[in-house]
Design a protein around this ligand. Structure first.
Ligand code: AGV
Ligand code: CA
Length: 310
């Protein structure tokens, strides 16, 4: 059994990841927090609580982050959690029971790690700001963290940031708060990084959508299809808004490590313009395990099987 603390940033694939984690029989979810990066906090927290109410088996607390980034996400993307929060399936009961912690996310995480008698795996599918703050405030937690599994970063020449004053070499979660990546890189944590190298291999396509549609008699598969209805699929060419299953791949790799391939890389993060958030391979740099390849068919099969459990 893995004990997981999940910090996400309220995107569509962040929320689908929460749903999938709740279906994994080898995972004990010890806490969830929401950082307002790729999605607004209010609907992100609310949707998370409703997903735990509707699809969870035991009580899990949710905390809101008070961290703020350096480079905000585009507003159109940040609107996504309003759509999930309003889905009828999450509002059928008319009440919200999952507790909201009075603590800010990074302190909530510190508390949950300290309370856990065993070691905790951290799953981060947004920027690393809350982890950087937690490590500063409570250095003792480092020894109780099994590893960090992070969706972020890339060693490709082309990342997924297309913004003024940037050269396009970074991945968004790293770009939102490059200093936080730098702080986490200074820690002694074991880091698994699910980079764009692998997430680029799992775009949201019409075929994937149609497959989920054909299985919508399963409540969970229907829920996943409804969530992804908010996102543009890959049809002709990749655009700035093309959606990949970034966070869902990261989450799936925690539940089933055989889906992905990793190699160790030593690297350093750039915090200066115009490449803020870029990772550079460097011999004297910090070692991380980079997920660079995925068995796409096995991955889609795995997440669909999880969703069929509901
Ligand atoms: O860079 C990928 C990260 C993931 O954590 N997010 C989306 C995933 O939740 C940012 C992002 C990059 N491109 C996007 C993003 C897009 N086209 N729409 C929404 N978010
Ligand atoms: Ca995310």
């Amino acid at each position: 059994m893995k004990h997981i603390y999940f910090n996400h940033d309220a995107g569509i694939d962040d929320l689908v990841s929460l749903f999938l984690l709740l279906q994994m029989r080898n995972v004990d979810l010890i806490g969830v927090s929401v950082i307002p990066a790729d999605g607004y906090a209010e609907p992100g927290v609310s949707a998370s609580r409703k997903i735990i109410d509707r699809f969870g088996k035991s009580q899990v607390e949710v905390a809101e982050s008070n961290s703020r980034g350096v480079h905000p996400f585009p507003k159109e993307w940040r609107m996504h959690p309003f759509f999930v929060d309003a889905l009828p399936i999450l509002n059928e009961s008319g009440k919200v029971e999952t507790p909201l912690s009075p603590l800010p996310a990074h302190q909530h995480m510190i508390q949950k790690i300290r309370e856990n008698e065993e070691s905790t795996t951290l799953l981060f599918t947004g920027p690393l700001t809350d982890l950087a703050r937690a490590l500063d405030e409570a250095p003792d937690i480092e020894d109780k963290i099994e590893k960090l599994v992070w969706m972020g970063g890339t060693f490709l020449d082309v990342g997924n940031v297309q913004e003024p004053e940037h050269d396009g070499t970074a991945e968004w979660n790293a770009y939102w708060d490059p200093e936080a990546v730098s702080r986490v890189w200074k820690s002694s944590l074991t880091i698994e990084m699910v980079a764009l190298e692998s997430t680029n291999q799992v775009p949201l396509t019409i075929d994937v959508r149609n497959h989920w549609a054909s299985l919508r008699r399963y409540t969970g598969v229907d829920f996943v299809g409804q969530c992804y209805a908010a996102c543009p699929p890959l049809v002709h060419i990749e655009t700035n808004s093309t959606y990949y299953l970034w966070d869902v791949l990261t989450t799936a790799s925690v539940g089933n490590k055989d889906l992905v391939k990793m190699r160790q890389v030593t690297s350093q993060v750039v915090t200066e313009r115009p490449s803020q958030g870029r990772l550079i391979e460097e011999e004297s740099g910090r070692p991380v395990h980079v997920v660079y390849d995925v068995d796409g068919e096995a991955f889609f099969g795995y997440i669909t099987e999880l969703a069929k459990r509901v």
